[in-house]
Design a binder for this molecule. Structure first.
Ligand code: FRU
Length: 466
């Protein structure tokens, strides 16, 4: 494929990955590289993993193939940050170097225990997926434990398929460790499984925490469970969720359940369910709790089964993370706000300074259109003319998404973050968000134009560009 392909990819080790990255990262083509979103130095990334606030720093791991921009031979990349804005790349944490993870060190999470950083991940080895632990004393080098796999497929309930059993998210509650993980049932639905442990090494199956229905996809991925504002929240990523109205239009969707968990029984009583983001590129959300008590989510800003322009153009990379977003509950649904560390520096907020435009004309051929129809309250994002076309498994395709956003006090407030090849919209203080990738090709695609059919008042508060 590209000039940044590995010459010999028969053996995968952390050392080899790190050497490869150091020798080749300067070859990455910069055109669409993001300016204030997290990306790997080179190669392919997907899910955020092991997202944790630990010893005064945020650590972010990620599904990573350093060797080329395809989802293959997945390693764990690693970076850390003091402010979630400036990231320092660290050596690759894990490579697919064991029999039980030879086809990929798949997604997982981290937990601090006795001052050490434990990561729990899925070992993928062809027909079976198992859960494994690796430990770090210095937060840089990780040692896979001799007891691996610590959760084998033999522990699964009888309705589970062992080849789709993954993505452990470990949590601590009342001095006991729990892990939520997912499996595909024999009926091709998703389910969240709950295991418990005293020491993170010996695990016992507890219960099926939540059973998916056929209207909730053929398999679930990347579960995350946490308490928020007095409720329990379960976020997960659902494969092939059938479309309902404006929801679940991507091949895979992130959904958030709010309710209460009965920890004795090990089940989740669901009160509400909602798609977490209504853009085209948003998946595999994972959260952490930081020292300020904030529940912060980060997601893969991409989608499976798409064309990936930066890979196809041989730019040597594909994939990035969304902005970190603070989660809260409003009316029993999750709302997302961009962390102030970034929001205070880079954004465009529309309010103030009266300006009215009538029947404006488009100044440029290439454009990304954000529209709002007051009669229907539909907020839409259209990238049909944004630049390099993107195709996907979805039908109809991936050019437009929309969501209903009722006016609040007769106003729609939009906070919009444009980076070189991404757009994130937070509507009415994060009640709804739309996230997507765009790949403009014209040098002049750097303006903003407001157009109104009828009359509107645009209050323009701030606009900063980097
Ligand atoms: C979600 C996912 C996970 C898996 C990982 C593999 O995007 O499919 O279920 O662990 O990606 O990279």
């Amino acid at each position: 494929q590209s000039s940044v392909l590995a010459s010999n990819d028969s053996e995968f080790t952390v050392e080899k990955a790190n050497e490869y990255i150091a020798a080749n990262k300067h070859k990455v083509i910069q055109t669409y590289r993001l300016q204030y979103h997290f990306m790997a130095p080179i190669g392919w990334i997907n899910d955020p993993n092991g997202f944790i606030y630990h010893r005064g720093e945020y650590h972010l791991f990620y599904q990573y193939n350093p060797y080329n921009a395809t989802a293959n031979k997945i390693h764990w990349g690693h970076a850390k940050s003091k402010d979630l804005v400036h990231w320092k790349h660290l050596p690759v944490a894990m490579a697919p170097d064991q029999d039980y993870d030879a086809d990929g060190v798949f997604s997982g999470s981290s937990m601090e225990k006795d001052g050490k950083l434990y990561v729990m991940y899925t070992g993928n080895s062809g027909n079976v997926q198992v859960q494994c632990i690796a430990i770090s004393e210095d937060d840089i080098t990780f040692e896979k434990v001799a007891e691996n796999p610590v959760i084998e497929a033999s522990t699964l309930p009888s309705n589970a398929q062992p080849q789709d059993f993954r993505d452990p998210k470990v949590i601590k509650r009342d001095n006991r460790y729990y892990v939520v993980t997912v499996s595909r049932t024999t009926e091709n639905t998703g389910q969240v499984l709950l295991y418990q442990s005293e020491d993170l090494i010996e695990w016992e199956f507890k219960s099926i925490l939540l059973q998916g229905t056929s209207a909730q996809g053929i398999m679930w991925e990347c579960p995350d469970v946490f308490e928020l504002d007095g409720k329990d929240v379960l976020i997960l990523s659902a494969i092939q969720m059938p479309v309902v109205g404006d929801d679940y239009h991507n091949i895979d969707s992130v959904i958030a359940f709010v309710g209460t968990i009965d920890w004795d029984e090990g089940n989740f009583n669901v009160e509400t369910m909602k798609e977490l983001d209504h853009g085209m590129d948003f998946y595999a959300t994972q959260t952490l709790l930081d020292d300020k008590g904030r529940r912060i989510a980060i997601s893969w800003m991409n989608m499976w089964e798409r064309s990936y322009p930066t890979a196809e153009l041989n730019h040597g990379w594909a994939g990035a993370m969304t902005l970190p977003r603070i989660l809260n509950l409003r009316n029993n649904y999750l709302v997302q706000t961009p962390i102030p560390e970034i929001a205070n520096n880079y954004n465009l907020i529309t309010t103030l300074s009266r300006r009215t435009l009538k029947n404006g004309k488009w100044a440029k051929k290439e454009r990304t259109v954000i529209s709002y129809v007051t009669s229907t309250h539909k907020l839409a994002l259209n990238r049909k003319r944004s630049g390099v076309p993107i195709t996907g498994a979805e039908n109809p395709p991936v050019d437009q998404r929309q969501v209903t956003v009722p006016l609040e006090n007769n106003k729609l407030s939009l906070q919009i973050f444009l980076d070189r090849s991404s757009v994130e919209i937070f509507a009415n203080n994060g009640t709804e968000t739309l996230t997507a990738n765009i790949y403009p090709t014209e040098k002049s695609s750097d303006g903003i134009q407001f157009t109104v059919v009828g009359t509107a008042v645009i209050n323009y508060l701030s606009f900063s560009k980097i």
